[in-house]
Design a protein around this ligand. Structure first.
Ligand SMILES: *Cc1c(COP(=O)(O)O)cnc(C)c1O
Length: 428
């Protein structure tokens, strides 16, 4: 494929908005687009279903209160990955009944949240024991690992024998026994395995998840989790919820015909709702070359793994666009790196290979030009090596009708070390 075919352009930003953000708010800065957030939310609310649907936003993908409030108003519920996320959602005004917890760690004190109406999906046999002990007689959900999964990379795979998430499906009877001993009723089955865009895979994974409901006669809800692939790069293929996931409705109807049980569907997209709704606006800080024969031309940004960790962690590909101060049609080939003193701080790794550098064709760049990393809505602001090298946390803005609104202020430098405590006098 010719390199020109992969040349990326700005998504919802304009050069004027880029300069306004970089020069007035400061950079790096995450810029979210209200219209895009609404569009993706409406897509998920129309997910094919037979007997009712609850869409839960996996808030770990991007938890700013402005986004939580918007989705809450639009009728979405929330998937929380820790008790702290539940508290964060509640602080943004979300009702506890709309929060469900599926967590690797069931932190002490969860029972107080259950008393307020929070739903818990127990994710291991120990969690079922803890729940039965602390919340006897209450309703619970069980998160299972149904034995298969499909993640983008080894590190993002969330099902199958190499994944620690959820109760291994063969221990379903054991889980039922522990729940029963505590007088608890299992009303929800949860799986989260990421089924991508192949309808045949959807039929298989939905079938495996719904089969788990056969063992639990009181189950009224099946939660299929998230993991809906989106197209970040121009050349990616995303999931079309309407067509690719239509089989989910069929599987629920077949189950109802066979067992006379009409199950409610829950889905929990994070990436799908947020990935393509935000652009990181930063600056070209420096351009350096490493010789003319085997060398590369490197762009150094004033942002990096402190703001977008996915390329360094997974070799994830993000569209990237130089917005020159003086418009030019000239292009050049670059390796792009971040501002951290860390060789792994790379924005252009080879696909799936975080340790291999790759070149990108970009508009010719000079120090001071604006640089935009696109598709930064999911797992960027929320999952970065925040404060490494003592770079302050970047601000966040929301674009509403072409206007820039600050939704998170830049971090005050002193806040980075404000929790540090001096040793007693004379200790060294
Ligand atoms: C992370 C997570 C999701 C969202 O996954 P995406 O890939 O962002 O859609 C949904 N459910 C659970 C339990 C998760 O941990």
């Amino acid at each position: 494929m010719a390199k020109e075919d992969t040349f990326e352009t700005l998504r919802f930003l304009t050069p004027e908005l880029c300069f306004e953000i970089a020069d007035k708010v400061g950079s790096p800065c995450y810029a979210y687009d209200l219209n895009s957030l609404k569009k993706y939310a409406n897509d998920t609310l129309a997910f094919p279903n037979a007997y009712g649907l609850t869409v839960r936003y996996a808030m770990k993908s991007s938890p700013n209160a402005a986004i939580l409030k918007l989705f809450d108003k639009m009728g979405l519920h929330f998937d929380c990955s820790s008790v702290f996320e539940i508290k964060r959602a509640m602080a943004a005004g979300v009702a506890p009944e709309k929060c469900s917890l599926s967590s690797q760690e069931l932190t002490d004190g969860f029972e107080e949240l259950v008393a307020k109406g929070v739903k818990i999906n127990c994710c291991s046999l120990l969690q079922v024991e803890k729940f039965a002990a602390k919340c006897p007689g209450k309703e619970m959900g069980l998160r299972f690992n149904p034995g298969v999964g499909s993640g983008g990379t080894g590190k993002t795979n969330v099902g199958g024998p190499s994944s620690s998430f959820g109760i291994w499906y063969e221990w379903a009877d054991k889980a039922a026994e522990i729940a029963k001993a505590g007088g608890c009723t299992v009303v929800r089955i949860h799986t989260h395995i990421g089924s991508g865009s192949d309808p045949a895979v959807w039929r298989k994974t939905t079938g495996m998840s719904i089969a788990l409901c056969e063992k639990f006669p009181d189950v009224t809800t099946l939660n299929l989790g998230g993991g809906y692939k989106v197209a970040r790069m121009k050349t990616d293929k995303g999931t079309n919820l309407q067509t690719d996931c239509a089989v989910v409705k069929d599987v629920f109807e077949e189950f109802a015909a066979k067992f006379n049980r009409k199950l409610h569907l829950e889905i929990e997209p994070g990436t799908y709702l947020s990935a393509n709704t935000c652009s990181l606006v930063c600056l070209v800080h420096d351009v350096v070359q490493t010789g003319t024969s085997e060398g590369h031309t490197f762009i150094k940004l004033n942002a990096g793994m402190t703001d977008v960790l996915r390329p360094s962690l997974y070799g994830a590909q993000h569209p990237q666009v130089v917005v020159p101060r003086t418009p030019t049609e000239e292009k050049a080939s670059y390796v792009v790196c971040g501002h951290c003193c860390e060789s792994g701080d790379l924005l252009t790794p080879a696909p799936g290979e975080p340790e291999t550098i790759a070149e990108r064709t970009l508009t010719k760049a000079a120090p001071g030009d604006v640089y935009v990393v696109e598709a930064c809505g999911a797992y960027c602001s929320s999952m970065s090596t925040k404060n490494y090298n003592s770079f302050p946390e970047a601000p966040e803005v929301m674009i509403v009708d072409g206007k820039v609104h600050i939704i998170r202020k830049p971090q005050i430098l002193e806040d980075i070390w404000k929790n540090e405590v001096d040793l007693p006098a004379g200790a060294f």
